[in-house]
Design a binder for this molecule. Structure first.
Ligand SMILES: C[S@@+](CC[C@H](N)C(=O)[O-])C[C@H]1O[C@@H](n2cnc3c(N)ncnc32)[C@H](O)[C@@H]1O
Length: 291
């Protein structure tokens, strides 16, 4: 009975997430002209504090650079690809690269493939926890702010490991908790609950547990780097982006959908995580498949 209840709850979370992204994905065009659905990576004098997309694209650049795709004929998989912002950046900057993207949101498949419009990259409606691709297929795998939806589950990590060729790399950029919910203070618990409700993030992964899981699965050279100070400048864009978004809706006399409101509230809770650094962090994790 408990298992059935757990399964039903899991299903509800996933359904809520699909509903959120089906309805609110378009709002991201306000966040990023290049349709990046993630936060950015700030490098002084290289990216601009005022140009959000320069930071968001730098996050893409960081991961592609870890995957060592430059001038190589690699086929990589983007696990939880949104509407292909990262994929488009990848193929525009690396002419020999091929990318397969996975999302479970039907709207993102259609909209994203239209946006990319290039044979080098294709989005498919596939769950990253069981992709059904053959073993050892890809030369690299990436996940940006997508494994957070499954709490960076062992299932998702095992699947990433399975589809990778031996010695190839898996990289992810995402938010994690540093300790479990029950050990957090009242404020952090409130922020965690807000993120759960608005962005279906009730299962944010614990970074220590994730590293351990990856090593147990067989990944080698698991490197974990907290990059919150690189990400913070783009998080600070949230209030301005949201104010602009609301203003445009008012001027155009457009209705604010429930999902858009949820999405905006989620962004505010993301902003609040910067006040609870003892419990939340934003990390780049990289690792290699053993053999
Ligand atoms: C915040 S968006 C990030 C999208 C993209 N990585 C980016 O940075 O632009 C989260 C993405 O994870 C995807 N996602 C969540 N759970 C998934 C699952 N089980 N299988 C495939 N995609 C999933 C969502 O569909 C969405 O596209």
């Amino acid at each position: 009975m408990i298992e059935v209840l757990k399964r039903e709850k899991k299903c509800t979370n996933e359904e809520e997430m699909i509903k959120l992204y089906n309805e609110a994905t378009k709002d991201y065009s306000f966040w990023s002209k290049d349709l990046n659905m993630h936060f950015g990576y700030y490098i002084p004098f290289k990216t601009s504090l005022l140009k959000r997309d320069s930071m968001l694209n730098q996050m893409n650049e960081q991961l592609f650079s870890l995957l060592e795709v430059a001038n190589k004929e690699k086929h990589i998989i983007d696990l939880g690809c949104g509407i292909g912002g990262t994929m488009k950046y990848g193929i525009n900057n690396h002419k020999k690269l091929r990318i397969t993207g996975c999302t479970i949101v039907p709207f993102q498949v259609k909209y994203g493939n239209n946006f990319i419009n290039n044979d080098q990259a294709k989005i498919e409606n596939i769950d990253y926890k069981h992709t059904q691709f053959s073993d050892n297929k890809f030369d690299g795998a990436m996940a940006i702010e997508s494994f957070c939806h499954s709490g960076c589950s062992k299932e998702a990590l095992e699947e990433a490991y399975r589809v990778l060729k031996p010695n190839s790399k898996f990289v992810m950029a995402d938010a994690f908790v540093k300790r479990d919910y029950k050990e957090m203070n009242i404020f952090s618990k409130k922020v965690h609950r807000g993120l759960s409700k608005c962005w279906s993030l009730e299962r944010l992964g614990n970074i220590n547990r994730v590293k351990e899981d990856m090593e147990n699965i067989g990944f080698k050279n698991v490197k974990v780097k907290n990059i919150w100070y690189r990400v913070a400048p783009s998080v600070l864009h949230v209030p301005f982006a949201i104010s602009g978004f609301i203003l445009r809706k008012i001027i155009n006399n457009e209705e604010l959908k429930e999902e858009s409101i949820h999405n905006m509230k989620g962004s505010f809770y993301a902003l609040l995580t910067s006040l609870c650094m003892q419990d939340f962090g934003y990390y780049i994790v990289s690792a290699e498949k053993n053999k």
